[in-house]
Design a binder for this molecule. Structure first.
Ligand SMILES: NC(=O)c1ccc[n+]([C@@H]2O[C@H](COP(=O)([O-])OP(=O)(O)OC[C@H]3O[C@@H](n4cnc5c(N)ncnc54)[C@H](OP(=O)(O)O)[C@@H]3O)[C@@H](O)[C@H]2O)c1
Length: 326
């Protein structure tokens, strides 16, 4: 069995989740962590028994104790960190969004394609068995032609200008943080690019979208109505409505179940979760390396490019430019 040495960039919420997931995987070893501060790196390394700590990106990226770089920092840092790792020959699993705008994602995807290195956006949702089974049912025609999608991802957070979710300097806002799950879901279900994208946003006091909604139309009379918010507690279901039935996926970005509703009957499909669910994307990434594949077919580089293009369009409609983009 080939064992992979993972290096984690960042020590925040998602870095912990991924570290917890990696501990469950026999072919993964957490070998290194990169933090802005030695103390934080030491704390994280003690928690997960990590042998190597770094505080400089170049040292981390060029080190031979890292086989896979996992980028788990605020959105605006992904490009530089992923770029440094790719430039040093490291495969990269990069948290979503891969970059803040299309230019950044294009630069990374071109680099990966040019060098033949594996790069993938960490869209854990699409590696879940429940999601893969739901999408397979749609593909098989279980609900006829899918025509309408409803999806939302919302929760309540107090406005905090320092928090990356609200901080424009860290590319905050609901769209790039959680709205993208809704957009990616519509993209994977319809397997198409929209012909029209219309959005509306409530820009909060920190200058980013606290709440935003998007209506996308596609060829073939298909439509998606999507929304995301940091300021409301809502249901977080996704629905796919077809000509012959529908599928409801509760907590669709981390689904353990879905329900097929057809001919007046409901059939519920449930799935066990392996660990905290971040396991699936990590396993898939290592399998791709074993198979010498250059990209994920679950969420491809083209998927990442298509997705960020839509987010650029929406932000343009709202006049939401981040300070570092001006
Ligand atoms: N896939 C998912 O389910 C999921 C869930 C949550 C978040 N994410 C993604 O993961 C990324 C990180 O999110 P998170 O929730 O883990 O964020 P977080 O808790 O704020 O952690 C981010 C980490 O990045 C490092 N960092 C580097 N520069 C920073 C800066 N200027 N300000 C703050 N932190 C900085 C920090 O580690 P050091 O102090 O050690 O440098 C920090 O702990 C985001 O891009 C987000 O979209 C994905």
């Amino acid at each position: 069995m080939q064992k992979f040495k993972w290096g984690i960039i960042g020590t925040g919420m998602i870095a912990h989740k991924m570290a917890d997931a990696l501990l469950l995987l026999e072919n993964a070893e957490i070998s290194a962590v990169l933090s802005r501060k030695t103390e934080t790196a030491e704390m994280f390394s003690r928690e997960y028994n990590i042998p190597h700590i770094f505080t400089d990106l170049e040292g981390f990226a060029s080190s031979n104790v890292v086989d896979i770089a996992y980028v788990a920092t605020p959105h605006n840092k992904h490009r530089n960190e992923a770029r440094a790792c790719l430039a040093n020959g490291k495969p990269v699993l990069c948290e979503k969004p891969m970059g803040v705008n299309h230019a950044e994602v294009e630069e990374l995807t071109a680099m990966a394609r040019g060098s033949g290195l594996l790069l993938a956006e960490a869209f854990w949702t699409f590696y879940y068995p429940a999601m893969q089974n739901a999408l397979a049912l749609v593909e098989e025609g279980a609900i006829g032609q899918p025509k309408m999608i409803d999806a939302r991802f919302c929760f309540l957070r107090e406005v905090d200008p320092a928090n990356r979710k609200f901080n424009p300097d860290l590319a905050g806002g609901a769209l790039l943080d959680i709205g993208l799950y809704c957009l990616a879901f519509a993209q994977k279900v319809f397997n198409a690019q929209p012909v029209s994208v219309k959005g509306s946003a409530i820009i909060g006091p920190t200058g980013v979208d606290e709440s935003s909604a998007y209506i996308l139309t596609y060829e073939g009379g298909r439509m998606a109505t999507l929304s995301s918010s940091f300021r409301a507690v809502t249901h977080n279901d996704a629905w796919i409505f077809g000509e012959k039935g529908s599928i409801k996926i509760p907590m669709f970005w981390q689904p353990d179940e879905f329900t097929l509703i057809k001919n007046g009957k409901e059939k519920r499909y449930t799935f066990d979760r392996l660990g905290n669910g971040y396991t699936y994307e990590a396993m898939a990434f290592m399998n791709l390396l074993v198979e010498n594949q250059k990209e994920s077919h679950v969420f491809s580089l083209q998927d990442s490019l298509d997705l960020i293009k839509i987010m650029d369009m929406l932000r343009k409609q709202w006049g939401l430019q981040y300070p570092f983009e001006r």
